[in-house]
Design a protein around this ligand. Structure first.
Ligand SMILES: [Mn+2]
Length: 388
């Protein structure tokens, strides 16, 4: 019964405003004539960025060109790697960092609390900034891979404000780019941590030795071979794990090779047969307290929920399922994370960019939480009945 009354009042109010408009625009203003000369700052305060406005940084965070700013201390950096010339099918992930930042525009530090985590990652005294993008060559992959390694190594040397890793180095969340970017990242992390484990969510193994047509050392470096190369270089510990695998294979030999590279497989279907708690348990048991790197290929998500990617595979996990698995991993010794393979020209209504940006928010919470959160923080249920 209240709704119609409200609507009538709204209509009356609008009518009253139009009368005022006829009398002149001054009548609309909320200030007295004496306040006419107030500046924006005096009258309205800070020039805030709204969700749909402002320069583009992840979650409206402070933006710094950290690569030319060695004194820029931070605890967690967002870093774009717009490299997409290592792909086997659709390119376009060079626009991934842009799409993920754009998908984050409704996020902000002051509105970062989630019921699922029961916390706001921006309220833990850590300095979290957007360090922009690595200027990678789109013409020369060997050069680009070196540029990404140098950039990552450079940022790892920056001072922290409140160091959160045992090594005292800051953490970097990388926005791909195609999955090849993980090779230079693992090379850079190896200099600090030695061999590390990887938790890898993807539809594909990415442990293949080479593709048909490989004739040069450089042509071995692709978004489907980088883990093989990393293992060959001694960058990986022998206890990594994939989640969400469902791609087609040459045969069982691919699985044997994958095992030799150091991975255990959790398939896409395992989520139905084992459930999320058991998947979380398997990953935690595999990783233990090893330094671990988290790599999420957005193609692990079903193309219906994340269509904008280079090598889509039908029948994947939902965004919600992976978010719950990620929450279950809190407390492991994460040294960095990435989200790769967002190729926004294949997107619809920013579905993929928004999902990817949401995962980045989860990464920040994951880095901070010491253990998995209890499911859904709610206020106590009020039990008294209102007699009306
Ligand atoms: Mn991949």
């Amino acid at each position: 019964m209240h709704y119609p009354v409200f609507i009538v009042l709204g209509a009356l109010s609008a009518a009253a405003h139009s009368v005022q408009l006829d009398a002149g625009i001054q009548d609309f203003r909320v200030i007295s004539p004496a306040q006419e000369d107030l500046t924006w700052l005096e009258k309205y305060g800070a020039q805030i960025d709204q969700p749909f406005s402002g320069p583009l940084s992840f979650s409206h965070l402070p933006y710094s060109r950290c690569l030319e700013n060695p004194d820029e201390a931070f605890d967690i950096a967002i870093l774009g790697m717009p490299f997409d010339t290592g792909v086997t099918y659709r390119n376009g992930a060079r626009f991934g960092p842009y799409a993920i930042r754009s998908g984050s525009r409704r996020q902000r530090e002051s509105r970062g609390y989630t019921m699922a985590w029961g916390t706001n990652p921006y309220e833990h005294g850590l300095k979290i900034i957007d360090c922009g993008d690595v200027p990678v060559s789109p013409f020369d992959n060997a050069l680009a891979v070196d540029q990404m390694e140098v950039a990552y190594s450079t940022l790892l040397k920056h001072d922290t404000v409140n160091a959160t890793t045992p090594s005292g180095t800051p953490r970097i969340v990388s926005l791909g780019g195609d999955h090849t970017i993980v090779l230079p990242i693992l090379r850079a992390l190896n200099k600090v941590h030695g061999p590390i484990s990887v938790i890898h969510f993807d539809a594909h193994l990415d442990t293949w030795p080479a593709y048909a047509g490989t004739t040069t050392d450089q042509s071995r470096v692709t978004h489907g071979t980088f883990f093989y190369l990393a293992q060959e270089e001694g960058l990986l510990a022998n206890n990594s794990i994939h989640g969400g695998i469902r791609c087609k294979l040459e045969g069982v030999s691919d699985l044997q090779n994958d095992q030799e590279v150091g991975f255990q497989i959790i398939s896409t279907d395992d989520i139905d047969d084992l459930g999320i708690p058991e998947i979380v348990r398997l990953i935690r048991a595999r990783i233990g307290d090893s330094p671990v790197y988290l790599s999420v290929d957005i193609d692990v998500i079903d193309p219906g929920s994340a269509p904008a990617t280079g090598t889509p595979e039908a029948g994947g996990w939902t965004t919600r399922e992976l978010k719950r698995i990620i929450r279950g991993l809190a407390g492991l010794n994460f040294v960095g994370a990435d989200l790769v393979e967002v190729s926004p020209s294949y997107d619809h209504a920013e579905i993929t960019g928004i999902a990817a940006a949401d995962f980045i928010h989860d990464f920040l919470s994951l880095f901070i939480a010491e253990e998995p959160p209890q499911p859904l923080h709610r206020l106590p249920v009020v039990t008294e009945k209102d007699e009306l």
